[in-house]
Each structure stands twice: as structure tokens, then as C-alpha cells.
Design a protein around this ligand. Structure first.
Ligand SMILES: Nc1ncnc2c1ncn2[C@@H]1O[C@H](COP(=O)(O)OP(=O)(O)OP(=O)(O)O)[C@@H](O)[C@H]1O
Length: 333
């Protein structure tokens, strides 16, 4: 057998110890070259974590070194820089349901087949660990980078709350907060295609640093129907306009309350305000989420209601987001 075939066979023996499947299938490795006992090979490690990359490199080296006549092995790792898209989710003020929407949107996008991750950048009230059922799990770090925590619903996530002790008030300001948030975004996100960024409410320095540095492809604004919230939402829209981040659209949350006893629908915060505001600003209206105790209890229990098979609230909003991202090829549910 010629040496090239022997070397290729050695690469075929690089398998995942658990599944037994070849780790270099699908053209991950170039044909190995040998010159005077020195072998070189290029391995594509796109989408793999730092740990998985190190494991593959070590296994490739060991397997090729076992071939008679090989004195040294050089493995070059390459990774295609994926066009990961960051979507900012913002609101002019706190408490309008931005985090609830972000968590449910992440679930709905995953159900639509997207590889989606979530960064909880809300330094004033990080709540994603609770919403996504990852409370108490600390992220690990490989080298310089953090590894996101995987939620039980398959969503990798990182939260400011995971960087500090539970319940500790986060009183970071300015550059310190922006630095910590940067670590969350620059973490080892693997093959995540869409990264939802649950921003702190408001339009201050931290938000500005984030959008300038990480350039989200678009921003989604959450508002309640109240006038005050809408005035704040308008400020958030101005903020993204000034930062040259396109607005994907507006979501109206806590719109219409259906009484669980008599079924009567009332509108404690008014109705249609966000839709009217979106129209007057010529912005897309992405949908309305009702004020529903079930949304609060399910979300607070770490089981986002978007998980339900018959979810008709969050799936259409996720669909509109996907259509905005890819107008030529609307994804379907
Ligand atoms: N549509 C809804 N129906 C019922 N309760 C809701 C709804 N949306 C959000 N809530 C509840 O309102 C509270 C605030 O929501 P959430 O934490 O998502 O808001 P936020 O805008 O992220 O707030 P903050 O900016 O303070 O973090 C939570 O208790 C949440 O469960």
C-alpha cells in the first residue's frame, strides 16, 4: 500500500470514542502530505469548541505518528469565520417584558430550526437563568473564553447573573459593565447562527458601547401599550437609529388581558398603541403578546410558553424576524 493511502487510513481511524463515528468525515481534513518523514495536514474545525478542537488535533497527531516512517506531524487548524448575527432586543424602560420575549423568541427560533444562543446583558435585572431554567449553573471557561451554559431546551446562554453570586446586586457601571458583557458575547458560541442580545433597558453608555462594538444586524423593540412606555420606546428607536442599527420592528407586550374566570378581555394598558406607533414611524409591527398569567408563571418556572406545540404567540414573531433576516427565503414553521 502506498504511504498516502496509509496516512489517509490513519485519519479515518480518528473517531469519536462515544459514537464511534469518524471525526474527520465530510471533508474536514485535507489529504495528508509527507516529506522526509514530516507529515502535514489541514483540519477544518469550524463550529467546534476549543476543547473539541484540541481533542481532534491530539488524535490526528497520535494517529499519524503511529504510521511507520512518520517522524513528525504538523496539524494546521482552520476555521471559517461564520457570519453569526447578533439581534439586539431593547426597550426604553424596564419591566416591559423584554427578557420574557427574548427567552420565548429564542425557543421559537430554535423550534424553527435555527441555531440560536442568548446573551443576558441586562445588568440591572438579569433574569434569563431563571427564564431558561439554568439557575445555579456556572459557565466553565476554556482558555480565555467562556463556554455558554446549555438550557434544558437546547439554547446555549450566558448571563451577567452567572458572573456574580446569586442575588448580588449588580451595580457595575460604564466600562466595567461593558467589559463583562463583552466576555459574554465573545464566548465560545460554536456554530450558533443567531445570538439574541437581551440588552439592559434604556439608552445609556452600556447600551451604546455594546451596539458600537458588536454591531447587531438589527434591533427589536419591546413596548407595553402605555403612552409612557411608548415614549420610552421611541427613545430606544432613536438610539438605534443614531447607532445605525436597523430596527427589525416593534413588539407590543402585555396587550389585552383575558380574565381566566369569565373570559372577558380588558386592556389595562390600552390597546394597539405600539402598533399605531410602529405605523406612524413606518416600522414593521411584529406582533402582540397578551397579558396572560400563564406567560408569567410558565416563564418564571423556567419553561417558556413558546415551548408549547400549539404556541401561536411567539412563533409568528420569530417567523417575522426570520423573514426580515432572509427576505428571499422566508423560513416556515
Ligand atoms: N405578556 C405577559 N403576561 C404576563 N406577565 C408578563 C408578560 N410579559 C412579562 N411578564 C412578567 O412581567 C415581569 C417583567 O418581565 P421581564 O422581566 O421580562 O421584563 P423586562 O423588560 O426584561 O424587565 P427588566 O428590564 O426589569 O429586566 C415578569 O414577572 C414577567 O413574568
Amino acid at each position: 500500500m502506498n504511504i498516502d493511502t496509509v496516512l489517509s487510513d490513519a485519519l479515518d481511524r480518528v473517531v469519536d470514542p462515544i459514537s464511534g463515528k469518524g471525526l474527520l468525515s465530510g471533508g474536514r481534513a485535507s489529504p495528508p502530505r509527507i516529506s522526509e518523514g514530516a507529515v502535514s495536514v489541514v483540519v477544518d474545525v469550524t463550529g467546534l469548541s476549543t476543547g473539541a478542537r484540541e481533542t481532534i488535533e491530539a488524535q490526528v497527531k497520535a494517529s499519524l505518528m503511529s504510521v511507520a516512517g512518520v517522524d513528525s506531524v504538523r496539524v494546521a487548524l482552520t476555521a471559517e469565520k461564520r457570519g453569526r448575527k447578533i439581534i439586539a432586543i431593547g426597550s426604553g424602560k424596564g419591566g416591559v417584558g423584554k427578557s420574557t420575549l427574548s427567552a420565548n423568541l429564542a425557543v421559537a427560533l430554535r423550534k424553527a430550526g435555527k441555531k440560536v444562543g442568548l446573551v443576558d446583558a441586562d445588568i440591572y435585572g438579569p433574569s434569563q437563568a431563571r427564564l431558561l431554567g439554568t439557575e445555579g449553573i456556572r459557565p466553565t471557561a476554556e482558555g480565555q473564553k467562556m463556554d455558554p451554559v446549555l438550557s434544558p431546551h437546547g439554547i446555549p446562554m450566558l448571563s451577567m447573573a452567572q458572573l456574580v453570586k446569586p442575588g448580588q446586586a449588580i451595580a457595575w457601571r460604564g466600562p466595567m459593565a461593558a467589559n463583562a458583557l463583552g466576555q459574554l458575547i465573545d464566548a465560545e458560541w460554536g456554530d450558533t447562527e443567531l445570538l439574541l442580545l437581551d440588552l439592559p433597558p434604556g439608552t445609556g453608555d452600556v447600551q451604546l458601547t455594546m451596539v458600537q462594538k458588536y454591531k447587531p444586524v438589527g434591533a427589536l423593540i419591546v413596548s407595553t401599550p402605555q403612552d409612557l412606555a411608548l415614549m420610552d420606546a421611541t427613545r430606544a428607536i432613536d438610539f438605534f437609529n443614531q447607532a445605525h442599527v436597523p430596527i427589525i420592528g416593534l413588539v407590543e407586550n402585555m396587550a389585552g388581558y383575558e380574565c381566566p374566570h369569565c373570559g372577558e378581555v380588558s386592556d389595562p394598558f390600552g390597546q394597539g398603541g405600539a402598533q399605531a406607533a410602529a405605523m406612524s414611524m413606518e416600522l414593521p409591527f411584529l406582533g402582540r403578546v397578551p397579558l396572560d398569567i400563564g406567560i408569567r408563571t410558565a416563564s418564571d418556572a423556567g419553561t417558556p410558553p413558546a415551548l408549547a406545540d400549539d404556541d401561536k404567540t411567539f412563533a409568528p414573531i420569530a417567523q417575522k424576524l426570520l423573514d426580515w433576516l432572509n427576505p428571499a427565503k422566508p423560513a416556515s414553521f
